[in-house]
Design a binder for this molecule. Structure first.
Ligand code: ATP
Length: 257
C-alpha cells in the first residue's frame, strides 16, 4: 500500500471485537467474529455478498444488538452504553455510505455544513464556512461548493459523501464499498483519497470492499470474511499467498479475468 508518515499503534485497539454472534431467526449470520482495528490502521474487510459485513458494521455503531460477544469502540462497550452515550460515540465514528446519501436539494456546501449545524450548535457561520472549505480542499473538490448533487459525477458524489463524514472529525472511518460502480481511474482516485484522509485526519479505518485493488492500495491488513467469521487476517500478501480455495478464487476473480 501507499507509504505515508502514519504510525500504527499495535498496543491501542480503537475497535476490539470478541466472540460476536448474530442470528436472524434460524439464519446464523455472524458466528464468532474476533477483530482488532489498531490506532492509525486501515483494515479492509473482504467477503462475498451476504457474508455479514454490513451486519458487522451495524453492530459496531450500535444500530444492531449482537446475540453474544463484545464490541469495544474507543474504549467503550457499545452494548452497555445509554442512548446519549452511544450518540456521542457515534460522532467519533464516521460511516461513509455506499450511496453517498447526499441531500439532493442542498448544494455541496450545504450538505457538508449540515452535520455541523446539527451537532455543533455553538459554531458560528464563519467557523462552519471555514470548516467546509477546509474539508472540500482536503477531498480535492473546492470548486463544487455551490453545485447540486445531480450535477456531480459518481466519483465526485462519493468524495463529497466522504467529506460530509469527515466534517465532524471522526477518529474512526467506516467506508462501505467506496469504489463500487466506479471506473478504474476514478477508483484509483478514491483509493488515494482514503490513504490521504488517514494522513491528514489521523483516522483509523475499516474499508468494506469487494475490490482487491482497493484493498491492496489502502489497507495495512485485510480480513477475509466467510460464513460469519474471519477466515484469514493479515497483510495483503500474507492473505493472498495461499492456494486455499475460497481466497484463491477471490483473487483470481479480481485479477486474472
Ligand atoms: N435486519 C435483518 N433481518 C433479517 N436478516 C438480515 C437482516 N440484516 C441482514 N440480514 C441477513 O444477514 C445476511 C448478511 O447480510 P449483510 O448485509 O451483512 O451482508 P454483506 O456481507 O454486507 O453483503 P453485501 O456485500 O451484499 O452488502 C444476509 O443474508 C441478510 O439477508
Amino acid at each position: 500500500m501507499a507509504e505515508g508518515t502514519h504510525y500504527i499503534d499495535k498496543n491501542e485497539e480503537v475497535i476490539k471485537i470478541r466472540g460476536l454472534y448474530k442470528s436472524f431467526g434460524d439464519k446464523h449470520v455472524l458466528r464468532g467474529v474476533d477483530l482488532d482495528l489498531f490506532k492509525g490502521e486501515n483494515l479492509a474487510v473482504l467477503g462475498r455478498s451476504g457474508t455479514g459485513k454490513s451486519v458487522l458494521i451495524k453492530i459496531i455503531i450500535g444500530l444492531l444488538q449482537p446475540d453474544a460477544g463484545s464490541v469495544i469502540v474507543l474504549g467503550e462497550d457499545v452494548n452497555q452504553l445509554s442512548y446519549p452515550a452511544l450518540r456521542a460515540l457515534r460522532l467519533k465514528v464516521g460511516f461513509s455510505f455506499q450511496s453517498s446519501a447526499l441531500y439532493d436539494s442542498m448544494t455541496v456546501g450545504e450538505n457538508l455544513a449540515f452535520p455541523l449545524r446539527r451537532n455543533n450548535r455553538s459554531m458560528t457561520k464563519s467557523q462552519i464556512s471555514k470548516t467546509v472549505n477546509t474539508v472540500l480542499e482536503a477531498i480535492g473538490l473546492p470548486e463544487t461548493i455551490n453545485q447540486l448533487p445531480a450535477e456531480l459525477s459518481g466519483g465526485q458524489k462519493k468524495r463529497i459523501g466522504i467529506g460530509r463524514t469527515l466534517i465532524l472529525r471522526p477518529e474512526i472511518m467506516l467506508y462501505d464499498e467506496p469504489t463500487s460502480g466506479l471506473d478504474p481511474i476514478t477508483s484509483t482516485e478514491l483509493n488515494n483519497l482514503i490513504v490521504n484522509v488517514r494522513e491528514r485526519f489521523n483516522t483509523s479505518s475499516i474499508v468494506i470492499t469487494h475490490d482487491l485493488t482497493c484493498a491492496k492500495a489502502v489497507a495495512d491488513r485485510v480480513a477475509v470474511m466467510e460464513e460469519g467469521k474471519f477466515l484469514k487476517i493479515g497483510t495483503f500478501d500474507e492473505v493472498f499467498s495461499t492456494q486455499e480455495g475460497l481466497i484463491k478464487s477471490f483473487y483470481d476473480y479480481n485479477f486474472t479475468q
